[in-house]
Design a protein around this ligand. Sequence first.
Ligand code: ADP
Ligand code: MG
Ligand code: ZN
Length: 482
Amino acid sequence: MDYEPVIGLEIHVELSTRSKMFCGCRVEFGGEPNTRTCPVCLAHPGALPVMNRQAIRYLGRIALALDCRIPERSIFHRKNYFYPDLPKGYQISQYDQPFAVEGGLSVNVDGETATVGIERVHMEEDTAKNIHAGVSGRIAGSLYSLIDFNRSGTPLVEIVTKPHIHSPQAARSFLNRLKNTLQFLDVSDCNMEEGSLRCDANVSVRTVGDQELGVKTELKNMNSFRYIEKGLSQEIERQINMLENGERIVQQTVHFDVVTGEISPLRSKEEAHDYRYFPEPDLVPLVAAADFIAEIRGEMPELPADRARRYVSEHGLPEYDARVLTSDRELSDYYEESVSLYGDAKTVSNWIMGELLAYLNNAGVTAGECRVTPTALVELLGMVKSGDISANIGKEVFTGMCETGESATAIVQRKGLTQISDTDELESLIKQVIEENPSQVEQYRAGKEKVIGFFVGQVMKRTGGRANPQVVNRLLKERLAE
Ligand code: ADP
Ligand code: MG
Ligand code: ZN
């Protein structure tokens, strides 16, 4: 039988506002535990929450970027459960009247564009952080747990997709696209290692052509897109095997061990949720008035797709370049700054897509972290353009710049890499090369013009690649024609 995977994602995004969702405590990752707290985010009895307006603006940006409908009124609910990182006994969240609904985000999968529906986008607060003492960092096997309230009350946006994703690869593409969009929106640092972006993946399988959804399982709190893709593949395989063996899938959370690559089901009873949602009596309804939404629309930053279109129409770049350059916020900013300094967009794009990206991928750093700033790159491009150094030497110099952080001028001077265009100096070398290789001279004169490459190579070798190839070519042709 042929099976089709069905995947729906729930993504949590910590907003990068200055203060928390319902109090004035600062939002920042790490730091001395329990130093950014107050009676509200420590859940002291009687403390009252007040909504953070900036967080709602960021939420609005996300909803608009995801093409959602924003009902005029949404409300907060209390989601009750008992957990040490939630001493109120409930999390303030949204339930049946969320901030935004019915959106979509288009994603490129295998060269085809498909829109993944967005079910809802809602506002909630993050919990405190449990730190389980022990080797694995997981609760099982730990000796004791500590609680850090610095994270408690951080504005958290939940984005829920419709079950519109049909492969682990497509799930990863969607997440990349979503992360990139959030970065362009300037609403979150999206740092997955620090937990600013987290994802739960729901997955079921069904026989192809079936209209009904199968029973789903959930991979929780995955913090790397690569692991989500791997975990989903494993889980899909496990579900198909079970169905093939006539077994029934149980709705439950499963754990994907990134080290062993194995899926282990958690007992489903532990997962039986009854949150007893009820309206939060301490907060007024959230009214998304038309002028407030218009204001947010007015301050929306340019999104990747718009930037890409501009690179094609205004900078004259091929669509492929535009897509690659806008696949990452920092890369796109790097490109824009370089173009504004240098002008020639295609040359800048070639160096970024070739040399810079190769280095970044290799070194595992981002464009913003790279030691070669746009200003430093543009200095190098100027030296290549003026003929001070050849393009090939330029590439070598670029690698040096990345490794040492030195300027192009400094490296060229230190290594003596200036291009030799001086005809007198080259003439004598060419004379030598011609004298030392009579048989190649004969071949050339007998009509085998390709042999010119051999002579150019010899001159290059003797100058450590510094000879100006155009000049060498011209001089060689003159001498050989004699
Ligand atoms: P829950 O109440 O268990 O959280 P929801 O209906 O809220 O379930 O859906 C959560 C996520 O799971 C959504 O992204 C949704 O698209 C996805 N989902 C729901 N049912 C299925 C299914 N049968 N197979 C795969 N994904 C599903
Ligand atoms: Mg859920
Ligand atoms: Zn506080």
